[in-house]
Design a protein. Sequence first.
Length: 302
Amino acid sequence: MNLKRRQFLFLSSLSAISAGFFGWTFRQNHQTADITDSTTAIAANPAKKDLLLRFVSVADTGTGAKGQYAVAGAMNAYHKQNPYDLVVLAGDNIYNNGEIEKIGAVFERPYQALLKLGVKFQACLGNHDIRTANGDPQVKYAGFNMKGRYYTFKRNKVQFFALDTNSNADWKNQLTWLEKELSLSKAPWKVVFGHHPIYSSGQYGSNPDFIKTFTPLFQKYGVQLYINGHEHNYERTRAINGTTYLICGAGAGNRPVGRSEWTKYSTSDLSFASYEVYKNRIEVSAIATDNRVFDKGIIQLK
């Protein structure tokens, strides 16, 4: 056997051993965080014409358990085919009592792949989050990108408004702030998110006080979408006076959900929601842990 052939066989053996070792290491480190086949490269879908923004939402995530990793894996798989750089995190970010020392186990590790890719999470506070120091450590945590207990930010033609919907919120100042910000907004698309539901067919049901408080503001200032958690299920309403209400609280655990006369789709499946924003519409998709799109809807710009 000549020297060149021996060198070729030796290098080929090293390559095979190296590939096997690193493939095993990747699977060990990502066995639950990414449910896609780590040996298969998934090509991203071609950019869609006129797409302004793609983002996803999920809530009631912070368990660090199997359900959270299953949903995170589906979010990773979706990102590979449909890249996004924004996640709306609609509360109960750390179970059971909002302890910030758990942040590695319930946020940084489950979403490690997305965070490494620069995906930005924008959070609000849930009822479990305020059990420790009234949620202040989460407000200050850089990874949640919160400018306060309630705040606003813009992405392209979309303005988002994050609310503190907890019972001890500073309601007087918050509602004054919300109406002022909505009135000043020039964005064609307005998306509000908070932890608690306004309309719901789940365990807690609709909130009459919130309906009375928020829906006139949403109608007056043209809010097209309200996103929340708290109910551990998925539910999308028809447009109610111009606003679609979407619950995405099955981000780690689930509970049964019914239907109401205004329900377009509801399920208790573990899932997250995706939104593709165009000039004249938002296309909503609900995605389960098996990567199946089980609900699709369109929100038209009025």
